[in-house]
Structure formats: C-alpha cells, structure tokens
Design a protein around this ligand. Structure first.
Ligand code: SF4
Ligand code: SF4
Ligand code: SF4
Length: 370
C-alpha cells in the first residue's frame, strides 16, 4: 500500500439479520473518521458492490473484512472462502459469525423440518402442490440457481481461518470503535495487532462482574418467565428466579440487559477457557437451586425437587444455547431419527395433488417434527 493509498474495508452479511451493520452505524460521528481512513471495497448493505468486483481483486487486497452472519447455505460458505482469500484480516463480527447465534437454533431440528415449517406448514401459505426450493430449476430462459440450504448451520471459523472475533448480538458500538482504532493504528502507524485468534472488543470476566445488581447468595425453588414477576429493583435477577446468563457470559457490554430488568441472554458468548456456555450456565443454575441436600434428606425427594425446579425453565435448550449452539460441544442435535420420520411424509406430500391431501400432510408433518 502506497503512502497515499487508504486501507480497504469490507463488511459482509451471510446468514444475518442486518443488526450487525446497524451497530457499525451506532459508532455515531466516528463513522466519518472510518470514511476518512478507509476506502470501501465491499459493503453490500450500504453500497452497490458486486461479487464480481471482489473476485476481480488481487488476493489480500482487502485490509480488514468484518464478516457477520452464520454459514447457513452454500452462498454463505462460498463468500466466506472468497473473502478469506481476498482479506488480510478477517474478523468474525457478532454472535452469528462467532458461534451461530439465532440461525444455529435450527441445529436443534433438521433441514427437512425447517423446510416443512417454512414452505408447507405455515398457516399463511398457499402452496397446495408442496413445492420446495430447488437449487437448480430450468425455465424457458435458462437454468435458475439458488444457494443450497444446509442441514447444519456453522460458525465462520468452522469453514475458514479467522483472525479475530468481536462477540455480541450485535457488538456494542463503543467496542466496535475501540477495535477499529486498534486496527487503524496497526495499518497506519505499524502498531502491534492482538495475537491471532483473540476475542477483541470484550472483557475477560463474567457479565456478573460488571453488573451493579446486588447478589446475596439467595437460593430459589423455581424459575419465572419475565412477564410472570416484577423483579425487585437493585437485586440480582437470577436470585429472584429469572434466568440470567450473566454467570456464564463474557463481559464487555456493560451488563446492559440486567440493568433494565431483563436477564442476560448470553450474546457475548462463553467465558475465556469455557467451551460450552450452556453447560456452564447449568452449573450456575445448580448453584442457586433451593434443594436442601443436608444428611437424611431422601435422595429421590431431592431429585424430584431439582426436576420440578428445572421444569419451570421454559425451552432450556433454546435458553442456554440461544447464541452458542453451532460452537457448543453439542453443535447440533442428532436428527437421523427425525429425518426417518419426516421422509415418508415428504414423499407422500410430493405425490399429493390437492389441498385436502396437503392438509393431511401438514398435520402428519407436525407430528413428525414434534
Ligand atoms: S449477531 Fe445478532 S445482530 Fe448480528 S446478524 Fe446475528 S442476529 Fe443480527
Ligand atoms: S446473575 Fe445476572 S442479574 Fe445476577 S449479578 Fe449476574 S448478571 Fe447481574
Ligand atoms: S447483558 Fe448479556 S445479552 Fe445483554 S447485551 Fe450484555 S451479553 Fe448481551
């Protein structure tokens, strides 16, 4: 790069909601400094670049690529490989790229069940012939091609080499700006970058450590959903029976959610050195359960009380792995048995010709997915 040339910046969305792009705009007037420092090389959300433009760049042409979104289909994966090749520094930006986030909740079910829900079972659909998306489809004008929908959602680092990760859903703007300043100092003044593989724009302790709510080592006998109780102000939410992922989540956001009475959802990902955020949270939950384990207490009665308390947690898998499913030790649930149940139903549907058969398919597909 010559002295007069600006570093090149790219930001891409794979399987994402667009919130990560908005969070970059959240850096406020500093966006003007970004514009001054960088030339945009690719940023589909705000500028009309084409993939062909990126393909035409020499390898390593892009100095910094912020890649958000999970890898849900073949296009996401192809773009991940392309942007890896064209970028000097590739950052997994936000929870979807880091650990799968909301898209990876579909790893709790199967590709077929997801397609059924979206294209066959939705009550607002009119799809009497049960047409499902086809990656290749011939029309008089030629062959149409759409991306292949994957069975398993992956994080960015599960398909390409990633240099850094910025966690959060989305990352907090003050953290984004801090990271951009570090990168700019490295690109323009030769300052050192953090070690490859670092999680940047976040802290190294639990959200609880920066949460101002008071903890009192209170135990609880059941959990509540947020609408079921009005939490006592100033007191730890978990100790009041509201699931809060603070003990199992990396800090850096400023404990935003607990401060407004909403338990931390876990979007900054697991603590340093912890492989499975959900498992860590289960350990934290166990520590606040009011199960009197003193000598003489019947073990079965104890088991029952634990089970009763845990049964009050709505959607445990979705709660504890809301952001981290793809990156967790689970990765996905086994779906072979589920697929076997669904396949005959799908075959029957493909043979159906009218709305009546379609309705019967829908009810059977629901049974299979349940
Ligand atoms: S990390 Fe959150 S804000 Fe960013 S794309 Fe994913 S769902 Fe959206
Ligand atoms: S569990 Fe939640 S509410 Fe309690 S201290 Fe930790 S972050 Fe705050
Ligand atoms: S409190 Fe938890 S869910 Fe809320 S922004 Fe922070 S890390 Fe994310």
């Amino acid at each position: 790069m010559s002295a007069t040339e600006k570093p090149k910046l790219a930001m891409y969305w794979a399987s994402s909601c667009g919130g990560c792009e908005i969070s970059v705009l959240g850096i406020g007037e500093n966006i003007l400094a970004v514009d001054e420092i960088f030339d945009l090389a690719f940023f589909p959300c705000i500028a009309d670049f084409k993939v062909a433009d990126v393909k035409g760049y020499p390898d390593g042409y892009i100095d910094l690529c912020l890649f958000n979104g999970a890898i849900r289909n073949s296009e996401n994966e192809e773009m991940a490989h392309l942007l890896r090749r064209k970028s000097k520094v590739l950052v997994a930006f936000g929870s979807c790229a880091y650990e799968g986030c909301i898209p990876a909740l579909s790893n709790l079910t199967s590709k077929q069940a997801t397609l059924n829900t979206v294209f066959l079972d939705s009550p607002s659909l009119a799809n009497p012939n049960g047409i499902l998306p086809q990656p290749h489809f011939r029309v008089p004008e030629g062959e149409l091609e759409i991306p292949v929908f994957y069975h398993t959602v992956k994080s960015l680092d599960q398909v390409v080499d990633v240099d850094y990760t910025i966690p959060g859903c989305p990352p907090e703007p003050h953290q984004i700006w801090a990271v951009l300043q570090v990168v700019v100092a490295a690109l323009t003044q030769g300052a050192a970058l953090p070690p490859k593989g670092s999680i940047v724009g976040a802290g190294d302790v639990a959200v609880c450590e920066e949460c101002p709510l008071e903890k009192s080592e209170k135990t609880i006998a059941r959990f509540y959903r947020p609408y079921e109780i009005k939490p006592q102000p100033g007191m730890c939410l978990l100790e009041q029976g509201l699931v809060c992922m603070g003990p199992a989540t990396r800090n850096g956001c400023g404990a935003l959610c607990p401060q407004v009475g909403m338990g931390c959802r876990g979007c900054y990902g697991p603590l340093p050195g912890v492989e499975d955020q959900g498992a860590r949270m289960l350990a934290a939950i166990a520590s606040v359960l009011d199960v009197n384990g003193s000598p003489g207490v019947d073990e079965h009665a104890l088991d029952r009380r634990v089970q009763e308390a845990v049964d009050t947690i709505a959607d445990p898998a979705g709660t504890f792995y809301r952001f981290s499913m793809a990156h967790s030790l689970l990765g996905r649930v086994r779906s072979d048995a589920l697929e076997k149940q669904i396949e005959p139903v799908k075959a029957q549907h493909n043979g159906s010709k009218n709305g009546h058969q379609s309705a019967s398919h829908r009810s059977r597909a629901k049974e299979a997915v349940a």
